[in-house]
Design a protein around this ligand. Structure first.
Ligand SMILES: *Cc1c(COP(=O)(O)O)cnc(C)c1O
Length: 375
């Protein structure tokens, strides 16, 4: 099966993990800060706080933004469920904005329409690795005094207006799941320039307990520590951080390989009755996490099944989050975001990863061409 996305692990990665295992530090050791410093530097942010998943990182970011009971968090309908779920964890309500039909990214105008007095945070997602129109979202966040949290789970290595994603929102999340730009097995990070957010993120990551500063009680001795908030154990391990730091060295090459493969598809898929994702622009260079094509909705299932049967590991990204049974039970109704539902109905993500060969891409394209003439 040719997967829709997959990791690239080399001998350097394996040696980095091995060294860590021999170092005596499995967790809470020096590899974590080293990885955080490297990520922050790479994306041009002051601080990075690493977590044991991207989902944990989002949860912590919403906490740091002050999201709580009664608040609303504005998220796009087309995203992985975690973007909405993290609001629910804190007793807040995710509000879904519709998406742009060509990019699948959150529609700025619909987001603006859905802002209320309760809206606390604005969370656009860089769908498929393509950066959202950050200038527009920044303006919207500023106007309504919202915290702008970019869900860049898919866009590490992308750039917007010549600057890396991660340097232009109040907080940006990256995921290190194996299908994403780089991997730590499971893992995630928040990057930010804001000192206060950084402190709150670290607090939340480790049970809400602080060991070093900002005590409210008088110190009772060198062992003194205080719990200030109901945090979690969301710590990443040194083993994972060492893998991440090693992977990060190849980020540019991973993204370049993904982009080169993405540029090959339009020629291979020429004259087919499908819509391809738009190419990079001067303003937005994608990390090309996915290659999402739109096929006729009424044939999507048959095409999907035929591709899988041919050994091509296609996937669908995503069912609009509010259409999951859990969200339906909460009262969200079908039809809430028409563009998102239309986008979902015809979407298939075809294989794209750093190691994909031209031969594999040709096989994917030839197979799709053959299927489309039959179905
Ligand atoms: C992968 C992903 C997440 C969650 O990250 P995990 O590391 O899998 O927890 C959140 N949002 C989006 C858009 C993602 O693609």
């Amino acid at each position: 099966m040719i997967p829709y996305s997959t990791q690239d692990i080399n001998e350097d990665d394996i040696r980095a993990v091995e060294r860590t295992l021999r170092s005596g530090w499995l967790t809470q050791g020096p590899a974590i800060e080293k990885f955080e410093k490297a990520i922050a530097k790479k994306v041009g942010a002051k601080h990075a706080v690493a977590f044991n998943s991207g989902t944990a990182a989002l949860h912590a970011a919403y906490f740091a933004a002050g999201v709580g009971k009664g608040d609303e968090v504005l998220v796009p309908a087309i995203t992985f469920a975690a973007t909405g779920n993290a609001a629910l964890y804190l007793g807040a309500t995710p509000v879904f904005a519709d998406v742009d039909s060509t990019t699948g990214n959150m529609d700025v105008k619909d987001a603006a329409r859905k802002i209320t007095k309760k809206t606390k945070a604005l969370v656009p997602v860089d769908y498929a690795g393509r950066p959202v129109d950050l200038a527009a979202f920044r303006a919207l966040a500023k106007k309504h005094k919202l915290v702008l949290i970019e869900d860049g789970a898919q866009s590490l290595g992308a750039s917007y207006r010549g600057k890396p994603v991660g340097s232009q929102a109040d907080m940006t999340m990256f995921s290190f799941h194996p299908v994403k730009s780089i991997t730590t097995g499971e893992g995630g990070v928040i990057v930010t320039d804001n000192e206060r957010y950084c402190r709150l993120l670290k607090l939340f990551r480790s049970h809400g307990i602080t060991r070093d500063a900002h005590f409210v009680k008088e110190s009772e001795g060198p062992w003194h520590q205080e719990m200030h908030a109901l945090g979690e154990n969301y710590r990443i391990t040194d083993i994972q951080a060492a893998l991440g730091e090693s992977q990060l060295k190849r980020l540019d090459s991973f993204v370049a390989k993904r982009a080169a493969a993405a540029r090959r598809y339009p020629t291979l898929l020429k004259n087919l009755p499908i819509i391809l994702p738009p190419p990079d622009t001067a303003a937005a260079e994608s990390a090309w996490h996915l290659y999402p094509v739109q096929v006729p909705a009424e044939k999507r299932r048959a095409i999907f099944e035929a591709l899988r049967a041919a050994g091509i590991g296609v996937q669908v990204h995503y069912l609009p989050v509010y259409r999951h049974p859990y969200y339906q039970k909460l009262g969200y109704k079908k039809g809430l975001c028409p563009n998102a539902e239309h986008f979902y109905a015809g979407e298939i993500s075809i294989p794209l990863f750093p190691g994909i060969t031209q031969k594999q891409q040709k096989f994917v394209a030839d197979t799709l061409r053959r299927i489309l003439t039959l179905i």
